[in-house]
Design a protein around this ligand. Structure first.
Ligand code: TXA
Ligand code: MG
Length: 315
């Protein structure tokens, strides 16, 4: 049985106790729910991979309460510090060399010399990190390759019975995963996400290098991801009769499925994963979904990235 834990002081103490026992708790963050385990505990980390059915070569993000805690795990560059000062706590993940004295399970990095670290802004994630007192490994709390969860019921639908508990934080405000930046050695966009590329570039005063999609040394960018059961057609100005339509702006969707009637990309990101799930329900097995065009700027880049992966041929 997976228990739903209330966001109270007692609930947080219970969630921290579960983590200390090496078990798993789904934790709300401002982006999506994470499947949290003790990042120092090999068995806890192994059970994250097992619960998600994730290929073990795919490394996990380590969540810490602040930059000071991050500096104990990875070696920062000046650019990394600049980004951390500007965007932490928040939806930004930095991939940096692991320190030789970092206390992390080697399973977290899947054998890579780098680790992905992030300081979440969600108050419950912050409280849980403080109550637990150590680094928390947390991939998105969905079965591998499926749509990320932005509500407790999404976690329950995907992982119910496979994890100890879900800390109830309601709906995630950002709704799309963190932006991931690597430094090898120049700042490189590894995954578009909750912090727009334009904001990162303005902070650094330079253009981010593009990640080579064929480079599997930076994994996790598997092409088919976020996949609902239905097929998906992108940039559809109008739907065909047999398609469930997700709209944007003036392209009104079906049954209220408009990512943002006012074409607000922040609102669209927050709605994306929930609407993909809702459209999938409406379409049914073997059904079809069409999605209106979303502009390729700001958070639209992350939205389009997730939509392209959701639409990609499944392996
Ligand atoms: O918003 C988020 O980032 C959410 C919340 C829970 O924090 N987490 C999340 O984790 O999206 P996940 O595991 O679903 O995605 C993490 C991505 C994967 O694509 C993984 O391959 C990449 O981060 N990653 C982790 N460590 C890496 C490393 N050392 N080098 C390159 N990529 C790495
Ligand atoms: Mg994920």
């Amino acid at each position: 049985m997976t228990q739903l834990i209330a966001p109270t002081d007692e609930g947080l103490a219970e969630a921290a106790r579960i983590l200390r026992a090496g078990k798993l708790v789904a934790m709300p963050t401002e982006t999506v729910y994470g499947l949290a385990g003790d990042a120092r505990n090999d068995r806890a980390v192994a059970s994250i991979f097992e619960a998600k059915g994730r290929p073990s070569f795919n490394p996990l993000i380590v969540h810490v309460p602040d930059r000071e805690a991050a500096e104990k795990l990875v070696s920062f560059t000046d650019d990394a510090r600049r980004l951390a000062s500007a965007f932490w706590p928040g939806p930004l993940t930095l991939v940096l060399p692991v320190r030789y004295d970092a206390v992390l399970s080697p399973l977290v990095t899947a054998g890579l010399p780098t680790a992905a670290v992030r300081v979440p802004a969600h108050p419950l994630a912050q409280k849980l990190l403080h109550a637990f007192g150590g680094p928390i490994a947390a991939p998105s709390a969905n079965p591998s390759g499926r749509v990320s969860p932005t509500r407790p019921e999404h976690v329950l639908a995907g992982l119910g019975g496979r994890i100890e508990a879900i800390l109830d934080g309601g709906t995630c405000a950002v709704g799309i995963e963190s932006t991931i930046v690597g430094f090898d050695p120049v700042p490189t966009l590894l995954r578009p996400g909750g912090v727009p590329q334009e904001a990162l570039e303005a902070c650094l005063g330079t253009v981010l290098a593009a990640h080579d999609a064929a480079d599997i040394t930076a994994p996790g960018q598997l092409m088919s991801h976020y996949a609902p059961r239905a097929s998906i057609r992108l940039s559809a100005d109008t739907p065909f009769a047999d398609e469930v339509y997700i709209g944007f702006g003036s392209s009104a969707g079906q049954d209220g499925l408009n990512l943002s009637p006012t074409a607000d990309l922040v609102e669209a990101a927050a709605n994306l994963f929930h609407f993909l799930r809702a459209a999938d329900e409406l379409a049914g097995t073997g059904g079809k979904i069409a999605v209106a065009p979303v502009p390729e700027k700001g958070l639209g880049r992350a939205i389009n990235d997730r939509l392209r992966r959701a639409a990609a041929p499944r392996s």
